[in-house]
Design a protein around this ligand. Structure first.
Ligand code: SAH
Length: 264
């Protein structure tokens, strides 16, 4: 057993997007050393298979609209387990520090005097870009990367500043955004982002049931309604999503760049 996982410690562990091979080696080791594992609904079955037999697994699964345990209960459960001397892994989809309610769990541990640490994971947007075979940033064209959630309350997306998000030099990665796709498209177009801005929706990134769809901002509402199932999906928006994002060679310098990129 490693020194960094003494009894009474909590590790918030990133489970990655689903494919167990996208776990870090550290995550795999911590899972193997845990005496109890509290996991989200989005943690893939292949990852849960790594929990040693006999180790208690507790699903505290949350999927939008279907909360099985509220956040405060989860905070209490992990703190109680640590105070009882367990080695606690709190396994979270993707990266625990991205839309993962990590702060609540860190705060609860700190308040109870429980040592708590974070093991990062591959976030959904990275897995989605990998599935598409493209980069989230693009030299000179997509210099910023913005992660947003688009949670809706009574059909309205709350708290998003469309003017700030409608940035033609950014790639937007929208988490939890499938239901809000029409509002996202309308908000961004009204704030000046061109309707032909490329968009990709990626469902079940990294998993065997993955699907993706390429479209444009203008057609996003239709695509989101008709094309995907009910798996987790991330929406990527911006010029980095173009099929052939590199500028056509029009000058010797560009010609050189384009050729070296394709391996000539
Ligand atoms: N901490 C997680 C995000 C949790 S929020 C991370 O870093 O990835 C949950 C949202 O993440 C889902 O609604 C979806 O938008 C996205 N997501 C998680 N797993 C995904 C997957 N395999 N494919 C596509 N999107 C995923």
């Amino acid at each position: 057993m490693s020194d960094e996982f003494a009894p009474g410690t909590v590790w918030l562990v990133g489970a990655g997007p689903g494919d167990p091979e996208l776990l870090t080696r550290k995550a795999e080791r911590l899972i193997g050393e845990a005496s109890v594992v509290f996991h989200d609904a989005l943690v893939g079955p292949g990852v849960l298979d790594l929990v040693p037999p006999g180790v208690r697994r507790v699903s505290v699964g949350k999927r939008s609209g279907r909360h099985s345990k509220d956040q405060r209960t989860i905070d209490e459960l992990i703190v109680e387990a640590a105070l009882a001397g367990e080695r606690v892994v709190r396994l979270k989809g993707g990266d625990p520090a991205i839309f993962g309610r990590a702060t609540e769990e860190l705060t609860a541990c700190h308040a109870a005097g429980v040592p708590v640490r974070i093991c990062p994971g591959v976030t959904a947007a990275s897995a989605a870009a990998a599935d598409l075979g493209l980069s989230l940033t693009l030299r000179g064209l997509a210099r910023r990367l913005t992660f947003v959630t688009a949670h809706t309350v009574k059909g309205e997306v709350v708290g998003l500043d469309w003017q700030a998000l409608a940035d033609p030099e950014a790639t937007l990665a929208v988490y939890m955004g499938k239901a809000a796709a029409p509002q996202i498209a309308a908000g961004l177009v009204a704030a000046g982002l061109p309707a032909d801005t490329p968009v990709a929706l990626i469902e079940n990134a990294s998993l065997p049931g993955r699907r993706h769809l390429r479209t444009t901002l203008g057609l996003l509402p239709l695509a989101a309604r008709s094309a995907l199932g009910d798996g987790p999906a991330v929406i990527l928006i911006g010029r980095a999503l173009q099929d052939l994002p590199y500028p056509k060679p029009s000058s010797p310098a560009l010609a050189h760049r384009a050729c070296s990129r394709s391996g000539f």
